[in-house]
Design a protein. Structure first.
Length: 190
C-alpha cells in the first residue's frame, strides 16, 4: 500500500512539475481582436518609380482605440497596419483605391499583392499589429504572411477578410483571422 501511495505521489508531482515547466504565452499573443471597427485607407498613388501600379495602406483600429483630430491614437486596443498594398489599374483608368479581389503577401510589387511584415532594426514595416494602452505603445506583433479578401458591399462600404500568419515566441506558426466591415475612410498621403 505504501508503495502505491509513493508511486501515486511521484506521478502527481511529475504531472504538476511538467505542467509548470511549460512556457507561458506572452500577453501580445492572446486576445488579438477578431473585428476591427474603424479603418483608414492611406492613398499613396504611384509611390515607386519601379512599380507600375498605385499603392495604398490599411490602418485599422479595434474597439477601445480611436484617433484624435491629428490622427494620434487614444485609448486602449489594437491597431492592424498593412503598408504597401499594390492595387491594379481598373479598366484602363487609374484606380488609386482598393478594388475587390484577393491580395497575397509577397515582395514582387505586382497588382493584388502587399508586403509581408519585417522588423528592420527595431522598426516594423509591411504588416503588424500594435497593442496600445492608454495611448502608449505596449507591444508589436509582426505578421509574416497572409492574404486579404476585399469585397465591395456598396460603393463606399467594404468587407475585408484577413488570413494572416505569425510565429509565436516559441516558433509555432499561428493563424490570425480578423475582419472589418464598414467604410474605408480615404486619407490622401501623396
Amino acid at each position: 500500500m505504501r508503495k502505491l501511495l509513493y508511486i501515486g505521489l511521484l506521478g502527481l508531482v511529475g504531472i504538476l512539475g511538467f505542467s509548470s515547466c511549460r512556457p507561458s504565452t506572452p500577453y501580445v499573443y492572446r486576445g488579438l481582436p477578431k473585428e476591427y471597427i474603424l479603418a483608414w485607407e492611406e492613398i499613396y498613388g504611384y509611390a515607386y518609380d519601379s512599380v507600375p501600379c498605385p499603392v495604398v495602406a490599411l490602418d485599422l483600429y479595434s474597439k477601445g482605440l480611436e484617433l484624435d483630430a491629428n490622427h494620434r491614437m487614444r485609448g486602449t486596443g489594437y491597431n492592424l497596419y498593412i503598408s504597401d498594398i499594390f492595387v491594379p489599374e481598373s479598366h484602363g483608368k487609374d484606380t488609386l483605391r482598393l478594388v475587390a479581389g484577393k491580395y497575397h503577401s509577397e515582395r514582387t510589387g505586382l497588382p493584388f499583392t502587399f508586403l509581408p511584415g519585417k522588423n528592420w532594426d527595431g522598426q516594423p514595416t509591411g504588416m503588424y499589429v500594435l497593442y496600445v494602452e492608454e495611448g502608449k505603445l505596449q507591444s508589436i506583433q509582426m505578421l509574416d504572411s497572409g492574404y486579404i479578401v476585399v469585397k465591395d458591399t456598396t460603393s463606399v462600404m467594404k468587407d475585408l477578410e484577413f488570413t494572416l500568419y505569425y510565429r509565436s515566441a516559441y516558433g509555432s506558426r499561428i493563424t490570425y483571422k480578423p475582419h472589418f466591415q464598414g467604410v474605408l475612410y480615404p486619407w490622401e498621403k501623396r
